[in-house]
Design a protein around this ligand. Structure first.
Ligand code: ADP
Ligand code: G6P
Length: 473
């Protein structure tokens, strides 16, 4: 439970993200709880911040609620308040109704509304001001993700003494798609306020460099941009990672091992357990994945008495229309598949619309024979890396979408095109039936990759590069 502020007024290292690592939730009886915020950004940055002395500026997840700075788990948290109207226009609107679908291959249609943009600007300005008030002279400030792309330039205008980094956790889109945005130049200029702009994969950095050249007529040389006012900005890729050793140890623990066995038992001890773990998001490719699995049972390739699929889906952005629709479609699809081909005590799909603590997630990963990660587009996808980190031996199999950033590093996964349902069916079978020797060969390489490129490695790669740029205060 968070403790009220004994907070130092300033910090020499500041992370700025739309969300704080914990969310304030109010129950029907008026009592208040804090819980870990959803998503990969918090999973990745929380351990980094626990090991650093610094402040985290972000929204606490509740509308119309003004909070004072407080401390949680050794991290100094600085809340930014949002009104209900700002949640609607800045967060659900411009961030998740415009940028999220635009940056994910327009899987859903982005909305372009001027009032959403106005709120985005206004809220970004508030984040910049809050940060300016917290950062010490010459501090390092690390701005995160698509919700805050204007903050680097706004912050630089207020505080030219700061060293400013920006990291985009989601894909940076192809230039043709980015150029649909009516406010494309403002976004590019916002990002150029940073000394270092980081992306998940090199293609993202290249798209950004091309746009800066073509649209803003700035000179670039390899990964360096020379801005009009004579500053140098770097654009590079830093594939994000997880706290691999911590998760591995959690998964190795006796209670987690026992829980993993219990999960398999409760599912009727299937020969093969398939697992999916995602935020309930249309980018994750949930429908096609479950359809592929359902067809494999329907056409007799898989035996409903011998296999089980567990799909865990965290509720997400539930007031945005596309997310509501997806939830309904999932309910319908799972209901139809289970109704059509299930037997008493044997629903082929166990669908859990819920969020679980880390130890339960570790038990699920440990229990699964085949992990199925099939996003239509994903900046990185940490779930794939978490599954690998939870292996206690060179066993298990990872089916992974070509369109997740993680596919660049986890080459030994069973790679699939998530739009190709037949291809996915073939891969699920291959991953299940491959010889233990082949599986071991693949998993061994992936385990080494995940263990060696962990979150500390990622943070120091970014922060070391940032340290070499910018003002020498
Ligand atoms: P995204 O950031 O788009 O949500 P990632 O795969 O990169 O996707 O990160 C998701 C994070 O959220 C992972 O750390 C994963 O363990 C966690 N997570 C996903 N679903 C659940 C769930 N149902 N309960 C608890 N944690 C979850
Ligand atoms: C992704 C985004 C994060 C976001 C998270 C959860 O990981 O990159 O910026 O915080 O999803 O989404 P939410 O809208 O609940 O913050």
């Amino acid at each position: 439970t968070p403790e009220p502020a004994e907070s130092k007024a300033t910090a020499s290292f500041v992370v700025v993200a739309n969300r704080l690592p914990v969310d304030r939730v109010e129950h029907a009886d008026g009592s208040v709880d804090w819980r870990t915020s959803p998503g990969g950004l918090v999973t990745a940055l929380e351990p980094v911040m626990r090991r650093q002395d610094g402040a985290w500026v972000g929204w606490h997840g509740a509308p119309d609620e003004a909070l004072e700075p407080f401390e949680n788990d050794g991290i100094q948290l600085v809340p930014v308040d949002l009104t209900a109207a700002e949640v609607e226009d800045y967060y659900e609107g411009f961030s998740n109704g415009t940028l999220w679908p635009l940056y994910h291959d327009v899987i859903a249609t982005p909305g372009f509304h001027r009032e959403w943009w106005d709120a985005y600007r206004k809220v970004n300005q508030r984040f910049a001001e809050r940060t300016a008030a917290v950062a010490e002279q010459g501090a390092v400030v690390w701005v995160q993700d698509y919700q805050l792309q204007l903050v680097p330039a706004m912050l630089r205008a207020l505080r030219p003494d700061l060293r400013i980094g920006f990291f985009l956790h989601i894909p940076f889109p192809p230039t043709e798609l980015f150029q649909q945005l009516p406010w494309r130049d403002q976004i590019l200029e916002g990002l150029l306020g940073a000394d270092l702009v980081g992306f998940q994969v090199s293609g993202g950095a290249q798209n950004f460099l091309r746009l800066v050249r073509a649209r803003l007529r700035q000179e670039t040389h390899r990964d360096e941009i020379r801005t009009a006012e004579g500053r140098t900005v770097l654009a590079r890729s830093y594939p994000i990672a997880i706290d691999a050793s911590e998760l591995h140890e959690l998964s190795a623990s006796e209670p987690v091992a026992a829980r993993a066995a219990e999960i398999r038992h409760d599912l009727g001890d299937p020969d093969v357990l398939f697992l999916g773990v995602d935020r309930l998001d249309y980018t994750k490719g949930l429908l096609a994945r479950l359809q592929a699995f359902g067809e494999l049972i329907e056409d007799g390739t898989l035996d409903v008495d011998k296999v089980a699929f567990v799909q865990v889906a965290t509720p997400s952005r539930e007031r945005v229309e596309e997310y509501r629709q997806l939830r309904d479609e999932m309910d319908r699809l799972v209901g139809r598949i289970n109704g059509d081909i299930g037997r008493i005590g044997r629903p082929p799909i166990t669908y859990l619309h819920a969020s679980y603590p880390r130890d339960e997630m570790a038990a699920l990963y440990r229990a699964a024979d085949v992990m199925v990660v099939t996003p239509l587009r994903d900046g990185m996808n940490l779930v794939a890396k978490e599954y690998v980190a939870c292996r206690q031996a060179d066993d298990g199999a990872l089916v992974l979408s070509e369109f997740a950033g993680a596919a660049r590093e986890l080459r030994q996964a069973y790679l699939v095109n998530p739009y190709d349902v037949n291809g996915m069916k073939d891969k699920l079978i291959e991953a299940m039936q491959d010889s233990p020797r082949n599986k071991a060969r693949r998993m061994k390489v992936m385990r080494r990759q995940v263990a060696e490129h962990d979150i500390d490695h990622w943070a120091s790669a970014f922060l070391d590069d940032l340290g070499k740029t910018g003002p020498k205060a």
